[in-house]
Write a protein that binds this ligand. Structure first.
Ligand SMILES: [Fe+2]
Length: 368
């Protein structure tokens, strides 16, 4: 029997300006001694890696830094991380950065503790052995990966995005410090923020939604809708960045419960085929998916906003992201192939209106 609701908070959340400075104490409390720090290149350049290393050093935690991965972490990058970590006999992992750093940290944890390849963990609950304790520190208000026990890792050969989840892959602690997110470049703020908005909107209507996920989705939407324009115009506004970061985290908590929908199913093939950044791909399709779903969940959408499509369009305008597939370099001749791939996306199954390749083609046409 599948339960209607199965809810457990697996991640402790510590939020507030400056909480990054408490990293050392938290790591020590969790018993970290030899820690793998997984952080992307942008975060290293912003100086956060050296700050983290010195905070950990002062707390008596030895740190080994891994940076050798890109914006959409794939199986090869995660395997490189395992090879890097192996000889250091680490007992803990910290993911510091955007969603890619946090996903990569989770992926390395799977391989290091349970062996094999990422494909073996595609789906839910495939890790048999215990995993290492982890701290997640997002530096962008976006994916909410720090709230999820899924690692999104692309197959390096096929570019298919694999969602590999296990309750043991959840972060023990998420440190949410808006000061870190304030230094993200405008393009990152735009794509990450719009992605978070899509998480609130999609989780609000999925077939798997529960009373608990709905409360996360609504609160996430309110925080993100209120603050997105502000942080695009004034990135140094810590107060509003805090709302974005918390909103992204809550939207991530909603995903953990209710999954996503057709916007993610349509966006993933655009990323796989053309390398379009995830948030940009989402921006191209989200409002059309909402329009397409309206026959099924129009009343629910109106609870978020009386004119949700119009509001999403305004937010996209403010983000300065491309509005049409044609603008983003998508070739209309590829529609059948893209639609086929979209129809196979796992996340499409949770969309409130039955979604398949035909549906994806219609949405792509609207977005053209
Ligand atoms: Fe997303």
């Amino acid at each position: 029997m599948t339960p209607v609701l199965d809810f457990e908070l697996r991640t402790r959340v510590v939020f507030g300006p400056g909480v990054f400075q408490t990293l050392g104490e938290h790591a020590r409390q969790l018993g970290f001694q030899r820690c793998l720090l997984v952080a992307d290149e942008g975060v290293r350049q912003a100086g956060y890696v050296s700050q983290a290393v010195s905070l950990l050093h002062r707390a008596g935690v030895e740190t080994f830094c891994f940076h050798d991965f890109g914006p959409n972490p794939d199986t090869r990058m995660v395997e490189a991380g395992r090879e890097f970590a192996k000889p250091h006999q680490i007992d803990s992992i910290i993911g510091l950065g955007g969603g890619s750093s946090l996903d990569c940290a989770k992926g390395i944890n799977f391989l290091l503790t349970n062996g094999g390849s990422m494909k073996g963990y595609w789906g839910w609950g495939k890790a048999q052995k215990p995993m290492l304790p982890m701290i997640g520190i997002p530096t962008t208000a976006g994916t909410g990966s720090e709230a999820q026990s899924y690692a999104l890792i692309s197959d390096a050969e096929t570019h298919v995005k694999m969602a590999c989840g296990d309750p043991k892959a959840a972060f023990r602690l998420a440190l949410l410090d808006p000061v870190l997110a304030c230094t993200a470049p405008a393009m990152v703020r735009a794509t990450a923020g719009y992605d978070a908005i899509s998480h609130a909107v999609e989780t609000w209507v999925t077939r798997k939604r529960t009373p608990i996920s709905l409360s996360f989705s609504m609160q996430a939407w309110q925080l993100l809708n209120e603050s997105f324009e502000r942080v695009m115009a004034q990135p140094q506004d810590v107060d509003h960045m805090g709302k974005m970061l918390l909103g992204s985290h809550l939207a991530g908590m909603a995903i953990e419960q209710s999954m996503l929908g057709a916007a993610h199913a349509c966006a993933n093939p655009l990323t796989a085929h053309y390398g379009i950044v995830h948030g940009t791909a989402i921006g191209l399709v989200l409002r059309h998916v909402v329009r397409w779903n309206e026959v099924e969940v129009g009343a629910e959408y109106r609870q978020l906003h009386p004119e949700l499509v119009k509001r999403l369009s305004e937010l996209l305008e403010c983000a300065g992201l491309p509005r049409r597939l044609a603008e983003a370099g998508v070739d209309r001749k590829d529609f059948p192939q893209l639609a086929e791939a979209a129809g196979h996306q796992w996340t499409g199954r949770f969309n409130p209106r039955s979604f398949d390749a035909e549906a994806a083609k219609e949405i792509y046409e609207w977005a053209w």
